[in-house]
Structure formats: structure tokens, C-alpha cells
Design a protein around this ligand. Structure first.
Ligand SMILES: [Zn+2]
Length: 218
């Protein structure tokens, strides 16, 4: 018979197993970046979601490609810098286009505050030997945790093969595959990367970045 503390721990073990199964499934995606994104200002859940959605929009405009992601949300302090607000996201991202960490960092900081505001983006190339997927999902079962994802239909090989393709998705997938082909033939050390940074900078003009700015937290 299970002792009381084993029983008490059982739900967590089940939760961990679920998270681990999701993580295994997500590892099939060819991820490119592992990101930790923090906010300089206290933001509500809807504001945080809106900022992130706009960030993905701008990133897609910059790259001229779809961006697939899985995002884990936490509301306590991360080890990344000392943001004024504990809320942060851990995100795995991918795209057909090469993704330069500094471009992604620049875009996020233009929207959620930069280092001098004690917020930032810590972005590194995805390393499949590290446990990034589990890390992103580690808080999904907690009251304060959450997770979400975008465009896995384009990037997850298994999902891509089982989806019933309607006309719109088929068209989208064709465009995505053309981008993949384009970038597979292209050396990412060239001018196109500079172009992508230029585009990111042009998207980060002050007029466009007022969106989620609220009072700094005391
Ligand atoms: Zn964290």
C-alpha cells in the first residue's frame, strides 16, 4: 500500500509524466532558438499575451516567414537579469528563415523594455541535447503557469502529416515549403541577415512601441 506521502505526491508524478510526454512530442520540431523573455513593466495576462502576439507578428514581418513557437509562462523571477516584474516566458521558436538571436532580442526589447529598464531577452541557439522542451513546459501544471503554441501545423512533422488540409492551409503550407527550400539553398552569413536586422530596426520605431508600456512597478 502506498504511504501517505507517496499518495500525496502521486498527482505531481502524473502531471510530470504528462508534461514529459508533451515535451517528447515537441522535440520533433526543428527548433532554432531557446528564449527567455522578461518584461520591464508589470503587465496583466491579456497585456502579456498581446505583447507576445505583436512580437511574433513583427518577427514574421522581419523574417518574411511564419514563426512556430511553444511558450511556457511563469510569474515568478527568472534567473535572467533582474526584471522589475517576475513574469517571464520561456519560448522555443523556429522559422524557415535563419533566426539571428540579436534580431529577436532587439525586437522583444523594443516592446517589453530593455536592459536599462531591467528587462530583456536572453536568446540562444536551440541545442537539441539540452532539455529545452521540458524546461518550457515545466510549469504547465501550476496555478501560475500556462503554456501556448503557434503554427505547429507548419513545423511539426507528425502534425503536418495527419492534418486534413483545407485550401487555405494547403496554400499556406506550399508557401512555407517554398521558403524552406529558398533558405536551404542560401548561405545565412550574407546580406540577407543584415536586411533582417534592418527590418527589425525599422519595425522598432518609437511610434510603434508604445503598446504595452505601463507604469514601472514600484
Ligand atoms: Zn523561468
Amino acid at each position: 500500500m502506498a504511504r501517505w506521502y507517496d499518495r500525496a505526491r502521486l498527482p505531481y508524478a502524473v502531471d510530470r509524466k504528462t508534461a514529459e510526454e508533451y515535451a517528447t512530442w515537441l522535440r520533433q520540431v526543428p527548433w532554432k532558438l531557446f528564449c527567455t523573455l522578461t518584461f520591464a513593466w508589470k503587465v496583466s495576462d491579456p497585456q502579456a499575451d498581446k505583447t507576445f502576439a505583436e512580437f511574433i507578428n513583427r518577427l514574421e514581418s522581419t523574417l518574411e516567414c511564419d514563426v512556430g513557437y511553444v511558450r511556457g509562462d511563469e510569474k515568478r523571477l527568472s534567473g535572467c537579469g533582474k526584471p522589475a516584474c517576475g513574469r517571464h516566458f520561456h519560448v522555443l521558436m523556429t522559422s524557415a528563415a535563419p533566426m539571428v538571436p540579436s534580431t529577436v532580442e532587439y525586437l522583444w526589447q523594443g516592446m517589453a523594455g530593455n536592459r536599462s529598464d531591467k528587462a530583456g531577452a536572453h536568446i540562444e541557439p536551440y541545442d537539441a541535447s539540452q532539455n529545452g522542451a521540458s524546461y518550457v513546459l515545466k510549469f504547465i501544471n501550476q496555478v501560475d503557469g500556462n503554456w501556448t503554441f503557434g503554427r505547429l501545423d507548419l513545423f511539426h512533422p507528425e502534425l503536418r502529416s495527419v492534418l486534413t488540409l483545407n485550401k487555405r492551409l494547403r496554400r499556406h503550407l506550399r508557401r512555407h515549403e517554398a521558403r524552406e527550400l529558398h533558405f536551404s539553398q542560401f548561405n545565412p552569413m550574407g546580406s540577407e541577415l543584415q536586411l533582417s536586422l534592418d527590418r527589425a530596426i525599422s519595425l522598432c520605431n518609437p511610434i510603434a512601441t508604445h503598446c504595452e508600456r505601463s507604469e514601472p512597478e514600484r
